[in-house]
Design a protein around this ligand. Structure first.
Ligand SMILES: C[S@@+](CC[C@H](N)C(=O)[O-])C[C@H]1O[C@@H](n2cnc3c(N)ncnc32)[C@H](O)[C@@H]1O
Length: 280
């Protein structure tokens, strides 16, 4: 398990009964989390500034006190926008700090120009981290709204070098293969299930292996890393490791659960991540 314990502005305060209470800078949010099947030791609603309540397959935020529509938090020297949104999202996956730190180290230590391709890139946490470390980043996501937010996160950090693409990731890769564009590092956070901008179907179990194989065709002849995240319930880290090994070779592939430390002494599991690193 890799635990993201490098935050000052973010904490998991407590967990239990299907929920997690988190501190995001000055504000506390209570959100559902399907992994949390144990009981809580305290009344978590007490002290929560906003609570996300599930309703008929959807849900909405209820506010116990007035809080801003959006605010910023910092991780190391990077700032991110926090904004409670639909689907209980806030725009940041704080557990990804373990990956940001690792990728920044790899980019900085490579001592050469690195081109990063960030796929299913969401609000651009990884894009900002890699750009801060000096990489030339291409950020691809099917959602115009998410790309807008990613641009705002970059602007907040004084970064203006990221190339943004609103497109289906598979179509974009196919185009890059035809154009002969290559990348030294690839990051992907594929959803369990989704649709591209023209209705292209994505189902992780059916599509991931072929998709990863396709990305190999845009990898430079001096690659640095390929990193895959998964939040798909039940998908073990070893599955990610096996896909990486089968496509890129067995050497230097690791995969782990990632998690967040909680003030109640537990660790909140937050999905799986795997990486292939080239030593050159
Ligand atoms: C980062 S992933 C998963 C996020 C989070 N880990 C979760 O499970 O909810 C979601 C992102 O992938 C994007 N996305 C989904 N299908 C896509 C596709 N076919 N091509 C490009 N982006 C896609 C979405 O717009 C979204 O920003």
């Amino acid at each position: 398990m890799r635990i993201a314990d490098t935050w000052k502005d973010y904490q998991v305060i407590s967990t239990g009964d299907g929920q997690k209470l988190e501190k995001w800078g000055d504000y506390t949010l209570l959100r559902p989390d399907p992994q949390v099947i144990w009981h809580s030791k305290k009344d978590m609603k007490k002290g929560a500034d906003a609570v996300y309540e599930r309703r008929d397959g959807g849900g909405m935020w209820h506010y116990n006190r007035q809080i801003p529509e959006r605010w910023n938090i910092s991780w190391k020297n990077i700032k991110f926008i926090v904004k409670p949104m639909g689907f209980k999202h806030t725009g940041i996956f704080p557990e990804q700090a373990v990956n940001w730190e690792m990728m920044m180290g790899l980019i900085e230590n490579s001592k050469r120009p690195i081109k990063v391709l960030n796929l299913f890139a969401y609000t651009g946490g990884a894009s900002v981290a890699c750009a801060k470390a000096g990489a030339a980043v291409t950020h691809v996501d099917a959602s115009k709204g998410m790309v807008e937010r990613a641009k705002e996160n970059a602007t907040l950090n004084g970064i203006s070098t990221i190339r943004y693409i609103v497109d289906d990731c598979q179509k974009f890769i196919e185009r890059e293969i035809r154009r002969g564009n290559f990348y030294d590092a690839i990051i992907m956070d594929p959803p369990s299930y989704g649709r591209g901008p023209s209705g292209e179907m994505w189902k992780l179990e059916d599509n991931l292996c072929d998709f990863v194989a396709l990305t190999k065709k845009v990898l430079s002849d001096k690659p640095l890393f390929v990193l895959i995240n998964s939040y798909t319930t039940g998908l073990q880290p070893t599955v990610i490791a096996n896909i990486l090994k089968s496509v890129f070779g067995n050497e230097n592939v690791t995969a782990d659960e990632i998690g967040l430390p909680s003030n109640d002494g537990l660790v909140l599991p937050c999905g799986a991540t795997g990486v292939k690193i080239w030593k050159n």
